[in-house]
Design a protein around this ligand. Sequence first.
Ligand code: TXA
Ligand code: MG
Length: 348
Amino acid sequence: MRTIMASMEEGGSSETLRKAGEILKKGGLVAFPTETVYGLGANALDEEAAARIYEAKGRPSDNPLIVHIAEEKDLGFIVDEIPEKAWKLAEAFWPGPLTMIFPKSEKVPYGTTGGLETVAVRMPDHVVALAVIRAGGGYIAAPSANISGRPSPTTAAHVSKDLGGRIDMIIDGGSVDIGLESTIVDMTEEVPVILRPGYITRDMLERVIGHVKADKTLLKVDGNHRPKAPGMKYKHYAPQADLCIVEGSQECVVGKINECIAEGKAAGKQIGVIAADETAKLYKDGLVKSIGGRTEELVIAQRLYGILREFDELEVSKIYSEAFETPGMGQAIMNRLMKAAGHQIMKV
Ligand code: TXA
Ligand code: MG
């Protein structure tokens, strides 16, 4: 398949949007930028179109898709019941990096929801995304536009690397703003539950609707609990090299990682390191990537997936990462890093 590449970086063109709309209405696949990560769009109301997403990504068929809308009034068409708290959250955070889960209406096929009776909905805060959704008929299913198991794409080049030749069109809108996927909140429970942490934190949600719970599995693997978002159970965002997080005081972490670099070097192995700007220069001999200042959580979030992809190109045999605990997005950053590491963590 030939993939059409179009750029929307300089304001874009109505011709690109017309073409994207035509492809989506015919059941095809269009990748487009959002404020979180690039999405792979298809008509959410068309089961066959949704099936093409699973095929292109190599995604397990029980992993449901998020339906993207551009107008708040469109929510009622795909959702059976909208609690008052959901309207409040929509008012506060839409358009934006928040996905809410509702009982689905009969208009949404099971092929889009992975067989579930519920549907995830989000209104992205990105002019190109909103224009593509409108052009495509208003209801666009869009998972992250990566091959399943790879880090989510934060540039059009990442999308092209994974899905070039497998989808109809890629719209380039430059680098995304946030770099981590949206916060997912299950609104079908009396007390809403966070299923995936993101830019919108528990505090931000609680300021609007009061008590919110967090899924027990967000930061720990736990044999007794299954994550309620099916996608959260997979080893995800995985770089090709083995990744290990090293946690402890700065001095111990730097000491331990330097030891590991030296051992690797003695065995003829190239070792990668993900470090904060403050500590990056303290590592000897490793291939060190500086992810941002320790307290610059927006920079860390935005760079994380790109760095994991860069290490894939460099063919390092092992990656060690510092832990990044920041007050706001820290939980989201560590949740993704832990999953990339398959929960391998060394406490020193
Ligand atoms: O920021 C984002 O949300 C991006 C951009 C493109 O909008 N999209 C995204 O989609 O991250 P995806 O498919 O990569 O992740 C969707 C997650 C999965 O973990 C999936 O299991 C969960 O949402 N999910 C979707 N529908 C659900 C449902 N009805 N119940 C529980 N979890 C659901
Ligand atoms: Mg994804």
